[in-house]
Design a protein around this ligand. Structure first.
Ligand SMILES: Cc1cc2nc3c(=O)[nH]c(=O)nc-3n(C[C@H](O)[C@H](O)[C@H](O)COP(=O)(O)O)c2cc1C
Length: 182
């Protein structure tokens, strides 16, 4: 079981990371888990070149090249995003843009997410759903939302947040078993 967890908040130990870690804690010991902390990486969004149209791959040489390899390697990809101005974080959005060339490469990979925020989180979910559907991924998880009532921390005031993050891990494993172990 190959799992890639994409941490989309610049805060490495923030609310989103806590929820992602809770989801990951459900995976069995033998699962291979790779973690990408986007806030530690140096990468841009999509540029003006359109070279992927002719070359079939992204020519921008930055840290996203490693993430591309991990995404292709993974069987399960879990995104963690805070809601920033009613959408995914800028790092998650840059990553999404950069996968434009990957048409077909993510097909049938199992995808899930955890999202945190206080309000206006609908567009964050919409962006994640659209990304996975456009890539023909299999949308899994439990729709885990963490309502963070204060700007820093606050996850502890939402008793469903960590529980639902665990449910996301459990559901992704269930889908994996359905697909790979039958
Ligand atoms: C730049 C910025 C924009 C934000 N915009 C929203 C927003 O539109 N909706 C929302 O519910 N929370 C918003 N928040 C709050 C964060 O989503 C929330 O605190 C989140 O849990 C932070 O996750 P983290 O601890 O993993 O960084 C914003 C925070 C920042 C820093």
């Amino acid at each position: 079981m190959k799992v890639l967890a994409i941490y989309g908040s610049p805060r490495k130990e923030g609310n989103t990371a806590k929820m992602l870690d809770a989801a990951l804690s459900e995976f069995p010991k033998e699962a291979e888990i790779r973690r990408a902390y986007l806030g530690e990486l140096n990468f841009s969004g999509c540029g003006p070149c359109r070279e992927c149209k002719t070359k079939g791959f992204c020519v921008i040489e930055d840290d996203m090249q490693k993430i591309f390899k991990d995404m292709i390697w993974a069987e399960i990809i879990i995104f963690g995003s805070p809601s920033h101005f009613s959408d995914v974080s800028v790092d998650i959005k840059k990553l999404m843009e950069r996968t434009w060339w990957m048409k077909g490469s993510l097909r049938n990979k199992i995808g899930g997410y955890v999202v945190t925020g206080r309000r206006y989180m609908e567009s964050t979910l919409n962006t994640l759903h659209a990304f996975m559907l456009r890539h023909r991924m299999i949308l899994g998880g439990s729709g885990a939302l963490g309502f963070t009532f204060s700007e820093m921390g606050g996850l502890e005031y939402d008793p469903l947040a960590i529980r639902d993050a665990h449910y996301t891990g459990i559901r992704l494993i269930e889908l994996y078993e359905l697909i790979y172990e039958r």
